[in-house]
Design a protein around this ligand. Structure first.
Ligand code: HEM
Length: 248
């Protein structure tokens, strides 16, 4: 196959993708182990809708709120893109916590996956940081006062709290400089780091393999135990037959 062979010979990328798609996973993985991919999907939705919003949003104290109103009321499907980004932020954080809870409850953070847990902790911090920095961007009353509270909490943090709050605020009070800093952190720095860490996270998932659930007999090496009863699949799905003909 000309283009694929050409690419494979020069990069090995096709083999890499084939390995990723056809690698073996334990036979007893369950739906809760799709929560990581669900979190990834939510993050990608945020990235795509965020890029579209950035085409119209203006990060200055005078223009921020009117530009958000313009997106919502005038731009074609602006209400939809903004709504997806705003609600999607909550979906992302909720899925992030569900995924982390799954990993914790299944004990999937244990050897040899400790490093992936640590990478996950950074993803969690960055994910919440995205929520905090994004909240100021509409620059309405809720945004302003929520950020005042957030900055006070940051400023009271031990050791680095004061410096961190000063760095983020960019002046004696929350204002235009804070908005510009939050915007840059929200749409460049944090997403860049998240993308890089997700790459590392997935590399580790592929390298170490997905873990089996804690009750897995297969993983415990107890093949002597009764195998799990197989739920019979709908016969039509297993052996397709012509309509109206009896299933063999
Ligand atoms: C942007 C955020 C995140 C994304 C996109 C993400 C994505 C994924 C994906 C796709 C998997 C493989 C499938 C699965 O087990 O669900 C996975 C596994 C894993 N994740 Fe995450 N994750 C994120 C955050 C976190 C957090 C916050 C933690 C913990 C603090 C964490 C710890 C782990 C661990 C230890 C595994 C290996 C689990 C196993 O092999 O069974 N992840 N992640």
């Amino acid at each position: 196959m000309y283009p694929l062979d050409w690419l494979e010979e020069r990069s090995g990328l096709v083999g890499g993708v084939r390995y990723f798609l056809f690698r073996n996973v334990p036979s007893d993985v369950d739906w809760f182990q799709t929560l990581g991919s669900a979190t990834l999907t939510a993050f990608l939705v945020q990235a795509i809708t965020g890029v579209i919003l950035a085409m119209y949003y203006k990060p200055s104290t005078k223009e921020a709120y009117p530009s958000i109103q313009h997106i919502t009321n005038d731009v074609d499907f602006g209400w939809l893109v903004r709504g997806m980004h705003r609600w999607g932020a909550s979906v992302f954080i909720i899925l992030l916590f569900f995924h982390m809870a799954r990993v914790f409850l299944y004990g999937a953070y244990k050897y040899p996956r400790e490093l992936n847990w640590i990478v996950g902790v950074f993803l969690l911090i960055l994910g919440m940081f995205e929520g905090f920095t994004g909240y100021l961007l509409p620059y309405d009353q809720t945004a302003y006062w929520a950020t005042v509270v957030g900055m006070n909490i940051t400023g009271n943090g031990p050791f680095v709290g004061t410096v961190l709050a000063q760095l983020m605020q960019g002046g004696p009070a929350i204002g235009g400089d804070t908005l510009a800093r939050f915007y840059s952190l929200h749409m460049l720095v944090a997403p860049g780091l998240i993308f890089a860490l997700i790459g590392l996270h997935l590399y580790l998932v592929i390298r170490l393999g997905v873990s089996s659930p804690p009750w897995s007999k297969e993983a415990a090496g107890r093949e002597d135990l009764e195998p799990e009863p197989k739920t019979p699949a709908r016969s039509g799905l297993v052996t397709p037959t012509m309509r109206g003909r009896p299933t063999p």
